[in-house]
Unconditional design. Sequence first.
Length: 113
Amino acid sequence: MKNLRRYLPQILLALPLLLGGGAKLLGVPQVHASFGLMGLPAWFGYFIGAAEVAGAMGLFLPRLRRLAAAGLVPIMAGAVFFHWRYTPWEQGIPALILLGLSAWLAVRAERQN
């Protein structure tokens, strides 16, 4: 139980990032359509997917935890911007929660040995 509490914030952040980043890396058309809607090139979706997956994996490496969380902050801020600009605002709430969790982990994550 102690380990679950210790890793719960990382797990809650990593799962949606692994799923979303994996979908971007696999080229799922519905996911990549959002980048086209913003006028971004197709390769940008793959780049963001790789960054999300790398960031999610870094959350579980004690030496990289804060850096990974800090790197996810601008990615999630971009996701919040996209949802609030191009979709009904309610669809941005999960991205906003992940942004807050990323920022919290970047500031408060303790090094675990």
